[in-house]
Design a protein around this ligand. Structure first.
Ligand code: SDX
Length: 373
C-alpha cells in the first residue's frame, strides 16, 4: 500500500527539537553536556555543579555553586503525612512504583506560583529522600532524616545506611553519568507532557513511568539477575547461546544511538577494574561482554550504561530493585532541563498515524450483529 507519509517506528532517526543541553555521538561514542566532555565532568565535577551546568547552560562560579548546593540541601525533607502514607504502602511495592506515586502526590503540596525551575530543584532534592525512606520502611528500619550539611549524593547514602561509605565519590560521579542523554524515551515522554504546559510533577511522573520499562531504565536490575543466574565464568557461553537461540534481548547491551561503546559503560568498567579489590560480578560481566561482542559485533551491539552500573550500585550495597530509582534521581536533571528548554519555543506534540482500518461500514443494531467467532 502506497503511504502518503512514511512511518518512523519509534521515531528512529527523527529529530523532534533543537537542543544545546547535550550531544550524544553514537558513531564516535561521545557524550557532551553543554560542550563539556563527560569524561572531564566525572573527573573534575560533582552532582551539584553538573546539575547547575545542565540547568543553566554554564559552569557555576563559587556563589552560584553555593546557591544551588544550599537550595538542594534545604528542600530534602518530605511532608509528615507523605511519610505516613509511605509507611502504609504494601511492603512489596517496587521502588519505582513508590517513586512514581510520591512524586505525583508531592504535586498536591507544591505552591502553584513556583517556577518550573523551583519545582525542578524541589523534586531533585526530594527524590533521594523518597528512595531512602522507602528502603528504610521496606526493611522495617527507622528513618534516617536528611542532613543539610552533606552534599547531595553523600546525604543520600547517609539516609540509606547511616554512614557515608568509602569511595562515595564514585557514586556521585555515577550520578553525573546518568544525568542526561538527549531525547531518550523518558526524556521524550517528559517533553511531550511539558509541551501541553502541564506541571513539573506531572512531567516527572510521566518520565518515571517511562523509565520503569525494562528496555529503558529497568535493565541494570535485570543485568544482575542474569549474572546471578550465570553464576560462573565457565557457564557464560552456554547461557548466552540459550538466550540467543530463544531470540531474547541481552540486558545491558545495545543502544538506539550508540553503535559503538557507550562512553558511560567504558567509564564505569574502568572504575570497577581499578577498585584494588575484588568486586562481585565484575569478572563474569567482563566475560559476558567478551562473548556478546564475539556474537554481535556485526550488529554493532555493545555494552550500554546499564551493563556495569548495577555492579557499582551492588558494591555500595544498594539492593538491585532500587537501581532504576538511582537512575531517576540523576536523570531528573535532564528531564527538567529539556522540559524548560523545549517550552521556550513550545509546540505541542501531535504526530499522526496512518489509518489502515476498514471504511464506509453500515451501522448494525446490536441484535443484528452476528456472534463473532
Ligand atoms: C538505556 O536512549 C537512551 O539513551 C537510553 C539510555 C539513557 O541514558 O537514557 O541510554 C538508557 O535505556 C540503556 C538501554 C538499557 N536497555 C537494555 O539494555 C535492554 C536491552 N537492549 C535492547 O532492548 C535494545 O538494544 C535497546 C532498546 C536499548 C535499543 O533498541 P533498538 O535501537 O530499537 O535496537 P533494535 O531493537 O532495533 O536492535 C537492532 C538489532 C535487532 O536485531 P534484528 O531484528 O535487526 O536482527 O539488534 C538486536 C535486535 O534484536 N539487538 C539485540 C539487543 N539490542 C538490540 N539483540 C540482543 N540483545 C540486545 N540487547
Amino acid at each position: 500500500m502506497k503511504l502518503d507519509y512514511d512511518v518512523k517506528y519509534g521515531l528512529e532517526g527523527v529529530a523532534v527539537a533543537i537542543s544545546s543541553i547535550s550531544c550524544v555521538d553514537g558513531v564516535k561514542g561521545e557524550l557532551v553536556y553543554r560542550g563539556f566532555k563527560i569524561e572531564d565532568l566525572v573527573e573534575n565535577s560533582n552532582f551539584e555543579e553538573t546539575a547547575y551546568l545542565i540547568w543553566f547552560g554554564n559552569l557555576p562560579n563559587e556563589n552560584e555553586l553555593d546557591f544551588i548546593t544550599s537550595m538542594l540541601s534545604k528542600k530534602r525533607e518530605l511532608p509528615e503525612n507523605i511519610i505516613y502514607m509511605m509507611e502504609n504502602f504494601p511492603k512489596n511495592a517496587h521502588p519505582m512504583e513508590v517513586l512514581r506515586s510520591i512524586v505525583s502526590i508531592l504535586g498536591m503540596y507544591s505552591n502553584n506560583d513556583n517556577s518550573t525551575l523551583e519545582d525542578a530543584i524541589n523534586l531533585t532534592a526530594k527524590i533521594p529522600t523518597i528512595i531512602a525512606y522507602w528502603y528504610r520502611i521496606k526493611n522495617n528500619l527507622d528513618l534516617i532524616h536528611p542532613r543539610d550539611d552533606l552534599k547531595h549524593s553523600e546525604n543520600f547514602l547517609y539516609m540509606l545506611f547511616g554512614e557515608i561509605p568509602e569511595k562515595s565519590e564514585l557514586f556521585d560521579k555515577s550520578l553525573i553519568l546518568h544525568m542526561e542523554q538527549g531525547m531518550n524515551a523518558s526524556t521524550f515522554a517528559a517533553t511531550v507532557t511539558a509541551s501541553t504546559l502541564s506541571d513539573v510533577y506531572s512531567i516527572i511522573t510521566t518520565a518515571i513511568g517511562t523509565l520503569k520499562g525494562p528496555l529503558h531504565g529497568g535493565a541494570n536490575e535485570r543485568v544482575l539477575n542474569m549474572l546471578d543466574e550465570i553464576k560462573t565464568k565457565e557457564k557464560v557461553e552456554n547461557y548466552l547461546n540459550s538466550l540467543i537461540s530463544r531470540n531474547k534481548k541481552i540486558m545491558g547491551f545495545g543502544h538506539r544511538i550508540y553503535k559503538t561503546y557507550d562512553p558511560r559503560a567504558l567509564i564505569l568498567k574502568k572504575w570497577l577494574s581499578n577498585m584494588n579489590e575484588k568486586v562481585k560480578y565484575f569478572d563474569i560481566a567482563v566475560k559476558v561482554e567478551e562473548e556478546v561482542l564475539k556474537r554481535f559485533e556485526s550488529k554493532k551491539i555493545y555494552p550500554n550504561v546499564d551493563f556495569y552500573s548495577g555492579i557499582l550500585y551492588n558494591y555500595f550495597k544498594i539492593p538491585k530493585e532500587f537501581f532504576t530509582t538511582i537512575f531517576a534521581m540523576a536523570r531528573i536533571v535532564g528531564w527538567t532541563a529539556h522540559a524548560m528548554e523545549y517550552c521556550k519555543n513550545n509546540r505541542i506534540f501531535r504526530p499522526r498515524t496512518i489509518y489502515n482500518g476498514p471504511k464506509n461500514l453500515d451501522y448494525k443494531k446490536v441484535k443484528e450483529v452476528e456472534r463473532n467467532g
